[in-house]
Every structure is written in structure tokens, then in C-alpha cells.
Ligand binder design. Structure first.
Ligand code: IMP
Ligand code: MG
Length: 180
């Protein structure tokens, strides 16, 4: 048994379980896009970079990758003010696009991305999200979902807390700051 970093509460999803699930998601995507000439995976930086790296290497259908970076202000605001920090390199009109996100929390980032990318006229637009926090009232279409998790702050496998713990191979719950 490996020792957890001191600010980690517990492991939620083991490295093996993540890898198995990524393989299953890749298989689902392959089955769904067998007829497509090409798929464009759009990874959302920074959090999705490790998920994207594993997913793309497991996909045997023709596909290309691109990335966007998004910043969201005011986590508390329901509408969620979202801004593009880095846009796609190429147009997506007429293409089959899958957004690859690390985590769905309030959903404002994904809602914004769906709206923004849809307006660029893709042939199809789907979403692939590794983890979703269980929150009442969240109702966004996720076509490929890795895991549902409780509403806690998680790190690892690309996810960070103030840039820490992104490279943990598993997904873990961060300890809550103590009151003292
Ligand atoms: P949303 O717009 O509230 O759904 O937030 C989505 C973004 O917030 C994700 O893409 C992550 O970058 C970040 N985020 C939300 N919850 C967590 C978490 O528990 N750990 C790490 N990053 C998170
Ligand atoms: Mg993110």
C-alpha cells in the first residue's frame, strides 16, 4: 500500500480503474464513429491533458486532437462567466467533434463550450467527461462519462488543487482545510 500525500483524504478511483474505464470509453467512441471519416477530440486545458493523452492512444479510429483553455470566474455564479484563454487552432465546421473534459462541477464550463462550439457548425458535437460531481439540478448532456463522484474537491490524473497533484495516477479526495 502506497502512502498518500499528507493533504489527501482518500483515494476515490484507483489508477487501474481509471485505465479500465478509459479503455471502455474509447471502445464506445470507436463503435459510435465507425462510419465517420474522422473525429476531432477537443481537450480542455489544463485538467484534461492526461485523460486526453490516454484516450487518444486507445482510439484506433481516425482522429485528430486539438485543445482549448478556458477560465471561469466566480464559481458561485450560476450562469458562470467563462472566457476563452486559448482557442482551437482550426475551424470545426462540418466535423465530428468530441469535447474532452476532466470534470463537471457546476457545469458552466461545459455549457459554455457546447454553446460556443455548436455555433461553429460542426457535423456533430458530443461530450466525454471523466468525472461528474453528483449535484442536484445538473442536467447537461454527457455522451461518454467515466465516473460519478461525490461533491468533494478531487485531485490527480490531471486535476489539481492550486497546481498541485496533477500527476498522481489515481483520483483522490483532498482533505478539507482544518478549522484550527
Ligand atoms: P464547472 O464549470 O463548475 O463545471 O467547473 C469545471 C472546471 O473546474 C473543471 O474543468 C476543472 O478545471 C475545475 N474543477 C472543478 N471541480 C474540480 C475539482 O474537484 N478538482 C479539480 N478541478 C476542479
Ligand atoms: Mg477543466
Amino acid at each position: 500500500m502506497t502512502t498518500l500525500p499528507p493533504d489527501i483524504e482518500r483515494t476515490l478511483i484507483s489508477a487501474d480503474t481509471i485505465q479500465e474505464r478509459v479503455q471502455q470509453l474509447a471502445a464506445q467512441i470507436e463503435a459510435d464513429y465507425r462510419q465517420a471519416d474522422r473525429v476531432r477530440l477537443v481537450g480542455i486545458l489544463k485538467g484534461a491533458f492526461i485523460f486526453m493523452a490516454d484516450l487518444t492512444r486507445r482510439l484506433s479510429i481516425p482522429h485528430v486532437v486539438d485543445f482549448m483553455a478556458i477560465s471561469s470566474y466566480g464559481k458561485s455564479s450560476v450562469s458562470g462567466e467563462v472566457r476563452i484563454l486559448m482557442d482551437l487552432r482550426e475551424p470545426i465546421a462540418g466535423q465530428h467533434v468530441i469535447i474532452v473534459e476532466d470534470i463537471l462541477d457546476t457545469g458552466s464550463t461545459l455549457a459554455y463550450l457546447l454553446h460556443n462550439l455548436q455555433s461553429r457548425g460542426p457535423a456533430s458535437l458530443k461530450t466525454c467527461v471523466l468525472v461528474r460531481k453528483e449535484r442536484p439540478g445538473l442536467n447537461l448532456p454527457i455522451d461518454y462519462l467515466g465516473f460519478d463522484i461525490p461533491d468533494v474537491w478531487v485531485v490527480g490524473y490531471g486535476l489539481d488543487y492550486a497546481e498541485k497533484h496533477r500527476t498522481l495516477p489515481y483520483i483522490a479526495e483532498l482533505k478539507r482545510p482544518s478549522a484550527d
